[in-house]
Design a protein around this ligand. Structure first.
Ligand code: FES
Length: 179
């Protein structure tokens, strides 16, 4: 089978998932992770490749990819900042964190900084309500945030590409992905 954008390595990684599941369609979430790691986001061509490998229609793949906020349907920056905007976080300052991030980064929600370092997204509850307000950046959580902590965090990420303020990761790395 000739794929549009996924490499033989990604194809092999997806096929290696098959024995873990009762049928091919059940591999979809893992396959989308693998495709996103390789391409950087879920392009239409990547979703078509996944649909062919899993014997699904492209629409079935698109339906799932658009349901979960952890999949990106357009190119994103090196650090994807997902700010929880749900009730527990909203009650203790998520709005202030969002405003502060927009001001510091010079972008609005849904955008990426011109240097390609940061993208900003809003998401629903990330199951860390007890440590609100919080954000997820790539696979790691940053909790009990204040504007001052956000400043430190952004400085760490710019300077070193990581921060000691992180907790996690909460997802298994796929194809040596970002941490
Ligand atoms: S409401 Fe923000 S983590 Fe649950």
């Amino acid at each position: 089978m000739r794929l549009k954008v996924l490499s033989d390595k990604a194809k092999a990684a997806i096929e290696a998932e098959f024995p873990k599941y009762p049928d091919k369609r059940s591999v979809l979430l893992s396959a989308l992770h693998i495709a996103q790691k390789e391409v950087g986001y879920l392009s239409e061509a990547a979703m078509v490749d996944v649909s062919e490998l899993l014997e699904l229609t492209p629409v079935q793949v698109y339906d799932v990819a658009t349901f979960y906020s952890l999949y990106n349907l357009k190119p994103v920056g090196k650090h994807v900042i997902q700010v929880c905007k749900t009730l527990s976080c909203a009650l203790v300052g998520a709005g202030q964190i969002i405003e502060h991030l927009q001001n510091r980064l010079g972008i609005r929600v849904g955008e990426t900084t011109p240097d390609g370092l940061f993208s900003l997204k809003l998401v629903e509850c990330l199951a860390s309500c007890g440590t609100a307000p919080m954000v997820q950046i790539n696979n790691r959580y940053y909790e009990n945030l204040t504007p001052e902590k956000v400043d430190r965090l952004l400085d760490d990420l710019k300077r070193e590409g990581k921060s000691a303020m992180a907790s996690g990761p909460f997802q298994l790395p796929v194809l040596g992905g970002k941490s």
